[in-house]
Write a protein that binds this ligand. Sequence first.
Ligand SMILES: *[C@@H]1O[C@H](CO)[C@@H](O)[C@H](O)[C@H]1NC(C)=O
Ligand SMILES: *[C@@H]1O[C@H](CO)[C@@H](O)[C@H](O)[C@H]1NC(C)=O
Ligand SMILES: *[C@@H]1O[C@H](CO)[C@@H](O)[C@H](O)[C@H]1NC(C)=O
Ligand SMILES: *[C@@H]1O[C@H](CO)[C@@H](O)[C@H](O)[C@H]1NC(C)=O
Ligand SMILES: *[C@@H]1O[C@H](CO)[C@@H](O)[C@H](O)[C@H]1NC(C)=O
Ligand SMILES: *[C@@H]1O[C@H](CO)[C@@H](O)[C@H](O)[C@H]1NC(C)=O
Ligand SMILES: *[C@@H]1O[C@H](CO)[C@@H](O)[C@H](O)[C@H]1NC(C)=O
Ligand SMILES: *[C@@H]1O[C@H](CO)[C@@H](O)[C@H](O)[C@H]1NC(C)=O
Ligand SMILES: *[C@@H]1O[C@H](CO)[C@@H](O)[C@H](O)[C@H]1NC(C)=O
Ligand SMILES: *[C@@H]1O[C@H](CO)[C@@H](O)[C@H](O)[C@H]1NC(C)=O
Ligand SMILES: *[C@@H]1O[C@H](CO)[C@@H](O)[C@H](O)[C@H]1NC(C)=O
Ligand SMILES: *[C@@H]1O[C@H](CO)[C@@H](O)[C@H](O)[C@H]1NC(C)=O
Length: 708
Amino acid sequence: MLSALVLALAPLVLGITPEQMLYAPRRSDAVPNPSGEWALFSSDEDRSLLNLATGEIKPINLSTSDASEVLWLGPKSTSILYLNATNDDVPGGVTLWTSDVLALDQKTKIASFDAPYSGLKAVVTDSGDIKFVVNCLAWENGTAYNELTATTPASTGRLYSTIYVRHWSTYLTAQRYAAFAGTLTAQSNYSNSTSYSLSPLKNLLVGIEIPVTRPETPVQPFGDAGDYDISPDGSTVAFLSKAPELAKANYTASYIYLVPHDGSAVAAPINGPNSQSKPAAAKGASSSPRFSPDGKSIAYVQQDGIEYEADRNKLYVADLSGNSSTIKALLPDWDRSIDGMTWAKNGKTLYLSVGDRATSKLFNVPLDADSSFVPKNLTDASSSMASYYLLPDESVLVASSAIWSSRDFYLLGTNGTKTSLFKSNEVDEGLAGLGPHSVSEFWFTGSLGIELQSWIIKPSNFSPNKTYPLAFIVHGGPQGAHSNSWSTRWNFQTWADQGYVVIAPNPTGSTSFGQNLTDLIQNNWGSYPYEDLVLCWEYVAANLSSFIDVERGIEAGASYGGYMTNWIQGHDLGRKFKALVTHDGSTSTLAQLTSEELWFMQHDFNGTLWDDYANYERWDPIRHARNFSTPHFVVHNELDYRLPVGEGIMLFNVLQELGVPSRFLNFPDENHWVLKRENSLVWHNEIFNWINYYSGISDTLDDNAIKQ
Ligand SMILES: *[C@@H]1O[C@H](CO)[C@@H](O)[C@H](O)[C@H]1NC(C)=O
Ligand SMILES: *[C@@H]1O[C@H](CO)[C@@H](O)[C@H](O)[C@H]1NC(C)=O
Ligand SMILES: *[C@@H]1O[C@H](CO)[C@@H](O)[C@H](O)[C@H]1NC(C)=O
Ligand SMILES: *[C@@H]1O[C@H](CO)[C@@H](O)[C@H](O)[C@H]1NC(C)=O
Ligand SMILES: *[C@@H]1O[C@H](CO)[C@@H](O)[C@H](O)[C@H]1NC(C)=O
Ligand SMILES: *[C@@H]1O[C@H](CO)[C@@H](O)[C@H](O)[C@H]1NC(C)=O
Ligand SMILES: *[C@@H]1O[C@H](CO)[C@@H](O)[C@H](O)[C@H]1NC(C)=O
Ligand SMILES: *[C@@H]1O[C@H](CO)[C@@H](O)[C@H](O)[C@H]1NC(C)=O
Ligand SMILES: *[C@@H]1O[C@H](CO)[C@@H](O)[C@H](O)[C@H]1NC(C)=O
Ligand SMILES: *[C@@H]1O[C@H](CO)[C@@H](O)[C@H](O)[C@H]1NC(C)=O
Ligand SMILES: *[C@@H]1O[C@H](CO)[C@@H](O)[C@H](O)[C@H]1NC(C)=O
Ligand SMILES: *[C@@H]1O[C@H](CO)[C@@H](O)[C@H](O)[C@H]1NC(C)=O
């Protein structure tokens, strides 16, 4: 008995465990100071300085719970401006401070705000004044909202007369996010001023006409300070807001607005329907407005389709110097979606972050490039870029991650040399031993004859003389990709180190391989991707059986990956697996109308349910419930409004009534994702308990389930 237990636990003590993965430090990106000597980053609550010459790390006394946001700004290259999350005078308010990062005991409070502003962006003017932009929820009349000082109505009732009553994990309330501008006027010579007078903050969204949808920036739920920008001279602010003339529930379009920082004119979109000059095709979602160093241009990306969230992000540069803006498309024919951009200091080149063949890479394009220009990647597939900053000497400070490392910092020289500054897998105890040796890829021919990519992740203690059960993991989206990056939600190495070889394929619908592959999934949720996955499985069985045991395989997926798991359960591929795991998936395509992002289904199923019922019915997993027979673990969370909890309960009800071994795990305080560490630990332990038993890695199945 004892030896069986030891054997069962053996895979857990080698490589990375869920505990080690979940409790390992989580580091932010690293933001360099103006002189390029230091970079500031956080690791959970703590902040540190990274010496960019030596790689040395120096902890500083500036916690993220205390100083919520820090900018490099002020008279010295080590001066900082930061938001302090507490305000002694106004509950729920915040304060603004300055200090020198090398002398944090000498800090000065320079302003007090009566609401929980965040997302600080700021510049210093020639006269030494600080012009800044922040954001906050605001009442309909424009006044910033402070939950702690507002009066709470006696009833919790909420009444709606239009759709989009909730999104992601929150119900819509009367307040919307808005950008607020403020000026701190220096009271004495700037080089030693510590005293400023604060002008009242102005809500820059006030006055925009509202045919249908109220303006809001940052765009919820994932928007942040990257949704707006302040011009280098502080005179103008650009921000992103959804199309005011369209309903939020069924359109994705959004525009870039320009507004004087002093709020002296109403904000106007540069790329909306009535703007003077815009590329005719571009009507969809915009993002990443970024002023050029001289403030005369603004770069941004925009999609074409107004009901599609995964159309190609195309790059535009608007000239702001004339009477009306003119807009130039850069790289119009380059078959890649651009995630964001940064201007070179000389304003003549744009650096781009781009998903390319399952990794986020750095590219650049000169502003005067002609339309046939094809950018070259400046980084490779050995990690996925998370952020990048240009240094004064034009080298680039990159923060990245990989399947084997939660955070790497390195310098990319102008001659292409990579100088590593930090690698978490060489520092963090929990990540010890992880490395590129366990990760590889292969290409297989998909159902449409297209070559498709898949990652292979072996256990850390892999032995070529052993075979390991297959863990086949399907990504969500479906317009998404399994990439060479670290995840605390789907950490492939943690799954592999239970004793599996993980296969993580990128079938039809995947992003980063060109727009055609992404678009081909429209109206084909259960066909091409499913057939691709069958072909991938067959490739593994035929070519990788020297180390992968497909007879003991398991399959898992979340969101669309959960949909696909449910589809697999009803089809032949389901019989190839010993166990399945659906996390917050779609069980019935017809139930998609209980979701909020109606644009999503109406694009992906090519029409509405009432006009194109057959499109929804054709790919509905529940129609194949009669075939459900593989042991199935179901997770679905209460705060998931993207795919409401009823979908998971429907699946579990069906499995139980059919007598299929199954379990249902529910977190009342989690959304589409499991984010809290303690919850995630339970998620991992219960899922691994299930798959390890059915794959034969363990011979016991613990039962922690609540009894009837
Ligand atoms: C660190 O900063 C906090 C908050 O500013 C302060 O209360 C504390 O005394 C500082 N600790 C040290 C060791 O300087
Ligand atoms: C933040 O504000 C609080 C309250 O005024 C103060 O005690 C604390 O020292 C401040 N921390 C920093 C880092 O400025
Ligand atoms: C805006 O509305 C809120 C909530 O009704 C109210 O507290 C606030 O005083 C109003 N602001 C102005 C300027 O009227
Ligand atoms: C500010 O003070 C510095 C010396 O502290 C001086 O060099 C500079 O000329 C002063 N500038 C103004 C605008 O007074
Ligand atoms: C601060 O500026 C004033 C002039 O505005 C100057 O007289 C004084 O020397 C400066 N102090 C320091 C410490 O630089
Ligand atoms: C979007 O919803 C609005 C009502 O909120 C409706 O008038 C419009 O026809 C819908 N458009 C599409 C494409 O579904
Ligand atoms: C703007 O246009 C008007 C009329 O076409 C012209 O007179 C004026 O010079 C222009 N101004 C700029 C800055 O181009
Ligand atoms: C560009 O990407 C390819 C494929 O990943 C890689 O082989 C090449 O080294 C990359 N170029 C640079 C400069 O990193
Ligand atoms: C690249 O530049 C770095 C300095 O930025 C230098 O140390 C290195 O020798 C250069 N490498 C080549 C191949 O020129
Ligand atoms: C694998 O087997 C070969 C002989 O078949 C042997 O030489 C080698 O040492 C074994 N490797 C391991 C890691 O056990
Ligand atoms: C994408 O598909 C279109 C037709 O559907 C074709 O004209 C085009 O060449 C394809 N592009 C690529 C890069 O395969
Ligand atoms: C979507 O519907 C349109 C119009 O009904 C049709 O022309 C098109 O082929 C359909 N697309 C797919 C992928 O089914």
